[in-house]
Ligand binder design. Structure first.
Ligand code: GLY
Ligand code: MN
Ligand code: MN
Length: 478
Protein backbone atom coordinates (compact mmCIF):
# COMPACT_ATOMS: atom_id res chain seq x y z
CA UNK A 1 0.00 0.00 0.00
CA UNK A 2 1.04 3.56 -0.63
CA UNK A 3 3.32 5.27 1.87
CA UNK A 4 5.79 8.10 1.91
CA UNK A 5 9.45 7.31 1.51
CA UNK A 6 11.46 9.68 3.66
CA UNK A 7 15.18 9.62 4.30
CA UNK A 8 17.30 11.95 6.45
CA UNK A 9 18.63 15.18 5.00
CA UNK A 10 22.36 15.07 4.34
CA UNK A 11 23.01 17.16 7.44
CA UNK A 12 21.00 14.79 9.64
CA UNK A 13 22.72 11.60 8.41
CA UNK A 14 25.34 11.86 11.12
CA UNK A 15 22.63 12.11 13.81
CA UNK A 16 21.28 8.68 12.89
CA UNK A 17 24.77 7.24 12.41
CA UNK A 18 25.76 8.41 15.88
CA UNK A 19 22.64 6.81 17.40
CA UNK A 20 23.51 3.51 15.72
CA UNK A 21 27.06 3.83 17.00
CA UNK A 22 25.70 4.30 20.54
CA UNK A 23 23.65 1.13 20.17
CA UNK A 24 26.74 -0.70 18.94
CA UNK A 25 28.72 0.48 21.97
CA UNK A 26 25.87 -0.53 24.29
CA UNK A 27 25.57 -4.09 22.95
CA UNK A 28 29.33 -4.48 22.60
CA UNK A 29 31.48 -6.84 20.49
CA UNK A 30 29.78 -10.18 19.99
CA UNK A 31 26.35 -8.56 20.16
CA UNK A 32 23.90 -8.03 17.33
CA UNK A 33 20.68 -5.99 17.30
CA UNK A 34 17.65 -6.56 15.07
CA UNK A 35 15.12 -3.73 14.61
CA UNK A 36 12.09 -4.12 12.34
CA UNK A 37 9.83 -1.27 11.33
CA UNK A 38 6.06 -1.41 11.85
CA UNK A 39 3.75 -3.64 9.78
CA UNK A 40 1.10 -2.24 7.47
CA UNK A 41 -2.41 -2.83 8.78
CA UNK A 42 -5.64 -3.41 6.86
CA UNK A 43 -8.47 -1.01 7.72
CA UNK A 44 -11.07 -2.52 5.44
CA UNK A 45 -11.05 -4.36 2.13
CA UNK A 46 -8.12 -3.19 -0.05
CA UNK A 47 -7.60 -0.18 2.19
CA UNK A 48 -4.91 0.10 4.85
CA UNK A 49 -4.65 2.36 7.89
CA UNK A 50 -2.41 5.30 7.11
CA UNK A 51 1.08 3.88 7.51
CA UNK A 52 3.18 4.92 10.51
CA UNK A 53 6.76 3.63 10.84
CA UNK A 54 8.04 2.08 14.07
CA UNK A 55 9.55 4.70 16.39
CA UNK A 56 12.65 2.66 17.34
CA UNK A 57 13.42 1.90 13.72
CA UNK A 58 12.92 5.51 12.69
CA UNK A 59 15.11 6.74 15.56
CA UNK A 60 17.99 4.72 14.12
CA UNK A 61 17.43 5.32 10.40
CA UNK A 62 15.15 8.30 9.65
CA UNK A 63 13.56 5.96 7.08
CA UNK A 64 9.78 5.79 6.78
CA UNK A 65 9.07 2.99 4.30
CA UNK A 66 7.31 -0.17 5.48
CA UNK A 67 8.88 -3.65 5.08
CA UNK A 68 12.28 -2.57 6.37
CA UNK A 69 14.72 -4.06 8.89
CA UNK A 70 17.88 -2.75 10.46
CA UNK A 71 20.65 -4.89 11.93
CA UNK A 72 23.52 -3.39 13.93
CA UNK A 73 26.53 -5.38 15.07
CA UNK A 74 28.48 -4.65 18.21
CA UNK A 75 31.41 -3.77 15.95
CA UNK A 76 29.37 -0.91 14.47
CA UNK A 77 28.29 -2.31 11.07
CA UNK A 78 24.72 -1.48 10.02
CA UNK A 79 22.79 -3.50 7.44
CA UNK A 80 19.39 -2.57 6.06
CA UNK A 81 16.74 -4.64 4.30
CA UNK A 82 14.06 -2.75 2.39
CA UNK A 83 11.58 -3.12 -0.42
CA UNK A 84 13.35 -3.71 -3.74
CA UNK A 85 12.81 -1.33 -6.63
CA UNK A 86 9.78 -2.53 -8.61
CA UNK A 87 8.31 -0.38 -11.36
CA UNK A 88 4.96 -2.16 -11.30
CA UNK A 89 4.56 -1.63 -7.53
CA UNK A 90 5.88 1.93 -7.73
CA UNK A 91 3.26 2.80 -10.35
CA UNK A 92 0.58 1.78 -7.85
CA UNK A 93 2.11 2.66 -4.48
CA UNK A 94 4.76 5.29 -5.13
CA UNK A 95 8.50 5.70 -5.02
CA UNK A 96 10.68 3.20 -3.18
CA UNK A 97 14.22 3.94 -2.15
CA UNK A 98 15.51 0.45 -2.91
CA UNK A 99 18.63 -1.19 -1.47
CA UNK A 100 21.15 0.25 -3.95
CA UNK A 101 20.30 3.85 -3.07
CA UNK A 102 19.80 3.03 0.62
CA UNK A 103 23.49 2.68 1.39
CA UNK A 104 24.30 6.33 0.76
CA UNK A 105 20.82 7.73 1.53
CA UNK A 106 20.81 6.16 5.00
CA UNK A 107 24.54 5.90 5.64
CA UNK A 108 24.46 2.14 6.30
CA UNK A 109 27.27 -0.22 5.36
CA UNK A 110 25.09 -2.63 3.31
CA UNK A 111 21.50 -2.91 2.10
CA UNK A 112 19.56 -5.82 0.63
CA UNK A 113 16.05 -6.47 -0.69
CA UNK A 114 13.72 -7.52 2.11
CA UNK A 115 13.00 -10.68 0.12
CA UNK A 116 16.53 -11.75 1.12
CA UNK A 117 16.09 -11.22 4.87
CA UNK A 118 15.58 -14.89 5.73
CA UNK A 119 18.46 -16.03 3.54
CA UNK A 120 21.00 -13.46 4.76
CA UNK A 121 20.22 -12.79 8.41
CA UNK A 122 21.17 -16.23 9.82
CA UNK A 123 24.71 -15.76 8.42
CA UNK A 124 25.00 -12.48 10.34
CA UNK A 125 23.87 -14.22 13.54
CA UNK A 126 26.59 -16.85 13.26
CA UNK A 127 29.40 -16.58 15.81
CA UNK A 128 27.56 -13.95 17.85
CA UNK A 129 26.93 -14.38 21.56
CA UNK A 130 23.95 -12.15 22.28
CA UNK A 131 20.97 -11.25 20.07
CA UNK A 132 19.14 -8.06 20.99
CA UNK A 133 15.72 -7.13 19.64
CA UNK A 134 12.65 -5.32 21.02
CA UNK A 135 10.76 -7.82 23.19
CA UNK A 136 6.95 -8.01 23.14
CA UNK A 137 6.70 -5.18 20.63
CA UNK A 138 6.37 -6.82 17.22
CA UNK A 139 3.89 -9.65 16.88
CA UNK A 140 5.65 -12.79 15.70
CA UNK A 141 9.19 -11.41 15.95
CA UNK A 142 10.24 -13.90 18.64
CA UNK A 143 9.16 -16.75 16.33
CA UNK A 144 11.12 -15.33 13.43
CA UNK A 145 14.24 -14.93 15.56
CA UNK A 146 13.75 -18.54 16.66
CA UNK A 147 13.62 -19.60 13.01
CA UNK A 148 16.84 -17.77 12.17
CA UNK A 149 18.58 -19.18 15.23
CA UNK A 150 17.53 -22.70 14.32
CA UNK A 151 19.24 -22.20 10.96
CA UNK A 152 22.40 -21.14 12.78
CA UNK A 153 22.13 -24.13 15.11
CA UNK A 154 21.95 -26.46 12.14
CA UNK A 155 25.45 -25.25 11.27
CA UNK A 156 26.91 -25.63 14.77
CA UNK A 157 28.25 -29.10 13.98
CA UNK A 158 30.17 -27.53 11.10
CA UNK A 159 31.83 -25.13 13.51
CA UNK A 160 29.44 -22.18 13.68
CA UNK A 161 28.65 -20.66 17.07
CA UNK A 162 24.99 -20.01 17.84
CA UNK A 163 24.03 -17.03 20.07
CA UNK A 164 23.08 -18.34 23.49
CA UNK A 165 21.55 -15.18 24.97
CA UNK A 166 18.63 -13.00 23.87
CA UNK A 167 18.15 -9.54 25.36
CA UNK A 168 15.50 -6.87 25.15
CA UNK A 169 16.81 -4.03 22.98
CA UNK A 170 14.14 -1.71 24.42
CA UNK A 171 16.24 -1.44 27.57
CA UNK A 172 18.98 0.28 25.57
CA UNK A 173 16.75 2.29 23.23
CA UNK A 174 14.27 3.49 25.85
CA UNK A 175 17.05 5.06 27.90
CA UNK A 176 18.51 6.70 24.80
CA UNK A 177 15.15 8.06 23.66
CA UNK A 178 14.31 9.45 27.09
CA UNK A 179 16.88 12.23 26.79
CA UNK A 180 16.23 14.12 23.57
CA UNK A 181 19.14 15.35 21.46
CA UNK A 182 19.28 18.73 19.70
CA UNK A 183 17.86 17.31 16.47
CA UNK A 184 14.84 15.95 18.32
CA UNK A 185 14.27 19.09 20.37
CA UNK A 186 14.29 21.19 17.23
CA UNK A 187 11.56 18.99 15.70
CA UNK A 188 9.56 18.95 18.92
CA UNK A 189 9.62 22.75 19.17
CA UNK A 190 8.36 23.00 15.60
CA UNK A 191 5.61 20.42 16.19
CA UNK A 192 4.59 22.31 19.33
CA UNK A 193 4.41 25.63 17.48
CA UNK A 194 2.16 24.17 14.79
CA UNK A 195 -0.14 22.64 17.40
CA UNK A 196 -0.28 25.90 19.34
CA UNK A 197 -1.36 27.76 16.21
CA UNK A 198 -4.00 25.12 15.57
CA UNK A 199 -5.44 25.69 19.06
CA UNK A 200 -5.50 29.45 18.46
CA UNK A 201 -7.33 28.85 15.19
CA UNK A 202 -9.93 26.60 16.84
CA UNK A 203 -10.56 29.12 19.66
CA UNK A 204 -11.04 31.95 17.23
CA UNK A 205 -13.29 29.88 14.96
CA UNK A 206 -15.46 28.93 17.92
CA UNK A 207 -16.14 32.51 18.98
CA UNK A 208 -16.56 33.69 15.40
CA UNK A 209 -19.03 30.95 14.44
CA UNK A 210 -21.14 31.52 17.55
CA UNK A 211 -21.10 35.27 16.96
CA UNK A 212 -22.30 34.62 13.42
CA UNK A 213 -25.14 32.47 14.78
CA UNK A 214 -23.91 29.31 13.08
CA UNK A 215 -24.64 25.75 14.20
CA UNK A 216 -21.26 24.97 15.75
CA UNK A 217 -20.34 21.31 16.23
CA UNK A 218 -17.30 19.66 17.76
CA UNK A 219 -16.21 18.45 14.33
CA UNK A 220 -16.04 22.02 13.03
CA UNK A 221 -13.32 22.74 15.57
CA UNK A 222 -11.61 19.43 14.76
CA UNK A 223 -11.53 20.56 11.13
CA UNK A 224 -9.80 23.81 12.14
CA UNK A 225 -7.11 21.81 13.96
CA UNK A 226 -6.53 19.49 11.02
CA UNK A 227 -6.43 22.40 8.61
CA UNK A 228 -3.64 24.08 10.55
CA UNK A 229 -1.69 20.84 11.11
CA UNK A 230 -1.65 19.96 7.44
CA UNK A 231 -1.10 23.40 6.01
CA UNK A 232 2.07 23.63 8.08
CA UNK A 233 3.41 20.29 6.92
CA UNK A 234 2.48 17.99 9.78
CA UNK A 235 1.83 14.50 8.49
CA UNK A 236 -1.05 13.67 10.87
CA UNK A 237 -2.34 14.19 14.41
CA UNK A 238 -0.11 12.55 17.01
CA UNK A 239 -3.20 10.92 18.58
CA UNK A 240 -6.97 11.10 18.18
CA UNK A 241 -7.95 14.70 18.84
CA UNK A 242 -10.32 15.35 21.73
CA UNK A 243 -12.80 18.15 21.09
CA UNK A 244 -15.28 17.99 23.94
CA UNK A 245 -18.11 20.48 24.37
CA UNK A 246 -19.71 21.05 27.77
CA UNK A 247 -20.20 17.90 29.84
CA UNK A 248 -18.26 15.81 27.29
CA UNK A 249 -15.10 17.32 28.76
CA UNK A 250 -15.60 15.09 31.79
CA UNK A 251 -15.05 12.02 29.60
CA UNK A 252 -11.28 11.67 29.64
CA UNK A 253 -10.92 9.78 26.36
CA UNK A 254 -13.69 11.56 24.47
CA UNK A 255 -13.05 12.07 20.73
CA UNK A 256 -14.03 14.91 18.45
CA UNK A 257 -17.64 14.07 17.68
CA UNK A 258 -20.82 15.78 16.48
CA UNK A 259 -22.18 17.33 19.67
CA UNK A 260 -23.33 20.95 19.40
CA UNK A 261 -21.05 23.54 20.98
CA UNK A 262 -23.34 25.89 22.89
CA UNK A 263 -22.99 29.49 23.90
CA UNK A 264 -22.07 29.52 27.59
CA UNK A 265 -20.33 26.13 27.60
CA UNK A 266 -16.65 25.37 27.84
CA UNK A 267 -14.81 23.48 25.12
CA UNK A 268 -11.89 21.20 25.99
CA UNK A 269 -9.50 20.51 23.11
CA UNK A 270 -6.66 18.02 23.59
CA UNK A 271 -4.87 17.83 20.26
CA UNK A 272 -1.35 17.86 18.90
CA UNK A 273 0.25 17.21 15.57
CA UNK A 274 3.02 14.83 14.66
CA UNK A 275 5.80 16.41 12.65
CA UNK A 276 8.49 14.26 11.04
CA UNK A 277 7.93 11.53 13.59
CA UNK A 278 7.66 13.72 16.71
CA UNK A 279 4.53 14.34 18.76
CA UNK A 280 3.17 17.41 20.47
CA UNK A 281 0.38 17.28 23.04
CA UNK A 282 -1.60 20.38 24.03
CA UNK A 283 -4.84 20.83 25.93
CA UNK A 284 -6.71 24.10 26.24
CA UNK A 285 -10.13 24.68 27.73
CA UNK A 286 -11.92 27.83 26.68
CA UNK A 287 -15.42 29.35 26.74
CA UNK A 288 -17.13 28.58 23.42
CA UNK A 289 -18.32 32.17 23.12
CA UNK A 290 -15.08 33.74 24.36
CA UNK A 291 -16.21 34.74 27.89
CA UNK A 292 -15.78 32.62 31.03
CA UNK A 293 -18.68 32.55 33.49
CA UNK A 294 -17.87 33.07 37.19
CA UNK A 295 -17.78 29.36 38.19
CA UNK A 296 -15.94 28.42 34.98
CA UNK A 297 -13.33 31.07 35.66
CA UNK A 298 -12.91 30.04 39.30
CA UNK A 299 -12.19 26.43 38.35
CA UNK A 300 -10.05 27.47 35.39
CA UNK A 301 -7.85 29.70 37.52
CA UNK A 302 -7.46 26.89 40.04
CA UNK A 303 -6.29 24.41 37.38
CA UNK A 304 -3.94 27.04 35.98
CA UNK A 305 -2.49 27.74 39.42
CA UNK A 306 -1.93 24.01 39.87
CA UNK A 307 -0.15 23.89 36.52
CA UNK A 308 2.04 26.84 37.53
CA UNK A 309 3.03 24.86 40.62
CA UNK A 310 3.89 21.91 38.37
CA UNK A 311 6.00 24.14 36.12
CA UNK A 312 7.87 25.50 39.13
CA UNK A 313 8.59 21.93 40.29
CA UNK A 314 10.04 20.83 36.94
CA UNK A 315 13.81 21.15 36.68
CA UNK A 316 16.91 18.98 36.45
CA UNK A 317 17.47 17.15 39.72
CA UNK A 318 13.80 17.15 40.69
CA UNK A 319 11.82 13.90 40.53
CA UNK A 320 9.27 12.93 37.89
CA UNK A 321 6.58 12.84 40.61
CA UNK A 322 7.35 16.33 41.92
CA UNK A 323 5.15 18.21 39.40
CA UNK A 324 2.28 15.85 40.18
CA UNK A 325 2.64 16.33 43.92
CA UNK A 326 2.82 20.11 43.47
CA UNK A 327 -0.33 20.01 41.33
CA UNK A 328 -2.26 17.92 43.81
CA UNK A 329 -1.38 20.23 46.70
CA UNK A 330 -2.81 23.26 44.87
CA UNK A 331 -5.91 21.44 43.63
CA UNK A 332 -6.64 20.00 47.08
CA UNK A 333 -6.52 23.43 48.70
CA UNK A 334 -8.64 24.95 45.91
CA UNK A 335 -11.30 22.26 46.10
CA UNK A 336 -11.69 23.07 49.81
CA UNK A 337 -11.71 26.82 49.21
CA UNK A 338 -14.34 26.59 46.46
CA UNK A 339 -16.55 24.27 48.48
CA UNK A 340 -16.29 21.26 46.19
CA UNK A 341 -14.89 19.38 49.16
CA UNK A 342 -16.46 19.87 52.58
CA UNK A 343 -13.88 20.51 55.32
CA UNK A 344 -16.30 19.06 57.84
CA UNK A 345 -16.23 15.76 55.98
CA UNK A 346 -12.74 15.51 54.51
CA UNK A 347 -10.62 17.53 56.95
CA UNK A 348 -7.84 19.91 55.99
CA UNK A 349 -5.61 19.98 52.92
CA UNK A 350 -3.17 17.43 54.34
CA UNK A 351 -6.05 15.01 54.92
CA UNK A 352 -7.36 15.60 51.39
CA UNK A 353 -3.94 14.73 49.98
CA UNK A 354 -3.30 11.76 52.28
CA UNK A 355 -6.76 10.26 51.72
CA UNK A 356 -6.86 11.18 48.03
CA UNK A 357 -10.25 12.86 48.54
CA UNK A 358 -9.49 14.97 45.45
CA UNK A 359 -9.58 11.83 43.30
CA UNK A 360 -13.24 12.09 42.12
CA UNK A 361 -12.28 15.43 40.53
CA UNK A 362 -8.71 14.65 39.46
CA UNK A 363 -8.24 11.01 38.57
CA UNK A 364 -5.26 11.04 36.21
CA UNK A 365 -1.57 11.78 36.56
CA UNK A 366 -0.04 15.14 35.73
CA UNK A 367 2.72 14.02 33.35
CA UNK A 368 3.96 11.51 30.85
CA UNK A 369 7.10 11.47 28.75
CA UNK A 370 6.66 12.93 25.27
CA UNK A 371 8.73 12.24 22.17
CA UNK A 372 8.16 10.22 19.03
CA UNK A 373 5.32 8.46 20.85
CA UNK A 374 2.81 10.68 22.58
CA UNK A 375 3.16 8.59 25.74
CA UNK A 376 6.85 8.15 25.10
CA UNK A 377 9.06 5.34 26.28
CA UNK A 378 11.33 5.50 29.30
CA UNK A 379 11.00 4.37 32.88
CA UNK A 380 9.27 6.57 35.45
CA UNK A 381 11.46 4.89 38.08
CA UNK A 382 15.08 5.91 38.72
CA UNK A 383 17.09 2.93 37.38
CA UNK A 384 19.76 3.13 40.04
CA UNK A 385 17.14 2.98 42.80
CA UNK A 386 14.74 0.34 41.50
CA UNK A 387 15.32 -1.87 44.53
CA UNK A 388 14.55 0.85 47.06
CA UNK A 389 10.82 0.31 47.16
CA UNK A 390 8.39 0.80 50.00
CA UNK A 391 4.81 -0.29 50.42
CA UNK A 392 1.73 1.59 51.50
CA UNK A 393 -1.99 0.97 51.62
CA UNK A 394 -4.03 2.98 49.16
CA UNK A 395 -6.67 4.89 51.14
CA UNK A 396 -9.30 4.60 48.39
CA UNK A 397 -8.95 1.05 47.11
CA UNK A 398 -7.36 -0.57 50.15
CA UNK A 399 -4.83 -2.19 47.82
CA UNK A 400 -1.16 -2.43 48.66
CA UNK A 401 0.82 -0.04 46.44
CA UNK A 402 4.53 -0.38 45.84
CA UNK A 403 6.29 3.00 45.76
CA UNK A 404 9.50 3.04 43.76
CA UNK A 405 11.79 6.07 43.71
CA UNK A 406 10.60 8.28 40.90
CA UNK A 407 12.89 9.26 38.04
CA UNK A 408 15.38 12.07 38.54
CA UNK A 409 14.79 14.64 35.80
CA UNK A 410 17.71 15.47 33.51
CA UNK A 411 18.15 18.21 30.90
CA UNK A 412 16.63 17.11 27.57
CA UNK A 413 13.87 14.98 29.03
CA UNK A 414 10.45 16.10 27.77
CA UNK A 415 7.26 15.68 29.74
CA UNK A 416 3.73 17.03 29.69
CA UNK A 417 2.26 19.08 32.53
CA UNK A 418 -1.47 18.49 32.36
CA UNK A 419 -3.55 19.01 35.48
CA UNK A 420 -7.33 19.00 35.25
CA UNK A 421 -10.59 19.03 37.18
CA UNK A 422 -13.71 17.14 36.11
CA UNK A 423 -16.90 17.81 38.03
CA UNK A 424 -19.72 15.33 37.72
CA UNK A 425 -22.92 15.96 39.65
CA UNK A 426 -22.70 14.38 43.10
CA UNK A 427 -24.22 15.04 46.52
CA UNK A 428 -22.57 18.05 48.16
CA UNK A 429 -21.00 19.36 44.94
CA UNK A 430 -22.31 22.90 44.26
CA UNK A 431 -24.53 22.86 41.19
CA UNK A 432 -22.78 25.83 39.63
CA UNK A 433 -19.76 23.58 38.96
CA UNK A 434 -21.65 20.56 37.61
CA UNK A 435 -20.46 19.20 34.24
CA UNK A 436 -17.44 21.48 34.05
CA UNK A 437 -14.34 19.70 32.79
CA UNK A 438 -11.06 21.57 32.52
CA UNK A 439 -7.58 20.44 31.57
CA UNK A 440 -4.56 22.56 30.71
CA UNK A 441 -1.64 20.79 29.09
CA UNK A 442 1.76 22.07 27.99
CA UNK A 443 4.93 20.32 26.89
CA UNK A 444 8.05 20.98 28.98
CA UNK A 445 11.70 20.40 28.12
CA UNK A 446 13.74 19.93 31.29
CA UNK A 447 16.61 22.43 31.55
CA UNK A 448 19.34 22.71 34.19
CA UNK A 449 17.53 25.45 36.10
CA UNK A 450 13.88 24.79 35.25
CA UNK A 451 11.95 23.93 32.14
CA UNK A 452 11.17 25.37 28.72
CA UNK A 453 7.47 25.33 27.81
CA UNK A 454 7.45 24.78 24.08
CA UNK A 455 3.68 25.05 23.61
CA UNK A 456 3.02 28.57 24.81
CA UNK A 457 2.31 30.09 21.40
CA UNK A 458 -1.28 29.48 22.43
CA UNK A 459 -2.24 31.60 25.44
CA UNK A 460 -3.15 29.95 28.71
CA UNK A 461 -4.23 32.80 31.03
CA UNK A 462 -8.01 33.29 31.08
CA UNK A 463 -7.76 37.00 30.24
CA UNK A 464 -5.47 36.28 27.31
CA UNK A 465 -7.76 33.59 25.95
CA UNK A 466 -10.72 35.98 26.20
CA UNK A 467 -8.74 38.72 24.42
CA UNK A 468 -7.69 36.34 21.65
CA UNK A 469 -11.24 35.16 21.09
CA UNK A 470 -12.59 38.72 21.17
CA UNK A 471 -10.06 40.18 18.81
CA UNK A 472 -9.38 37.21 16.58
CA UNK A 473 -9.93 37.36 12.89
CA UNK A 474 -13.06 35.56 11.79
CA UNK A 475 -11.18 32.56 10.42
CA UNK A 476 -13.15 29.42 9.98
CA UNK A 477 -16.39 31.22 9.16
CA UNK A 478 -17.70 30.71 5.71
N1 GLY B 1 -3.56 13.27 24.61
C1 GLY B 1 -3.09 12.23 25.39
C2 GLY B 1 -2.64 12.72 26.68
O1 GLY B 1 -2.83 13.87 27.00
O2 GLY B 1 -2.03 12.03 27.43
MN1 MN C 1 -0.75 14.28 27.48
MN1 MN D 1 -3.10 15.51 25.66
Amino acid sequence: MSSHSTTPTASALSVYAERRARVARAIGPGGIAIVPTAPERARNRDSDFLYRHDSYFYYLTGFTEPQAWLVITGEGESTLWCNPKDLEREIWDGYRLGPDAAVSALGVQAAWPVTELDSRLPRLLENREVVHYPFATHKGLETRVDGWLSQVRARVRYGALCPSVQRDLCEVLDEMRLVKDAHELDLMRRAAQISARAHVRAMQASAAMLRAGQDLREYHLDAELLHEFRRQGSQYPAYSSIVAAGANACVLHYRADAAPVRDGELVLIDAGCELDGYASDITRTFPANGRFSGPQRALYDLVLASQEAAVAATRAGARFNDPHDATVAVLAQGLLDLGLLDRGKVGDVQDVIANRSYFPFYMHRTSHWLGMDVHDCGSYVEPAEVGQSSERRDPLSGETITNRPSRVLRPGMVLTLEPGLYVRPAPGVPEAFHHIGIRIEDDAVVTPAGCELITRDVPVKADEIEALMRDGAAIGVS
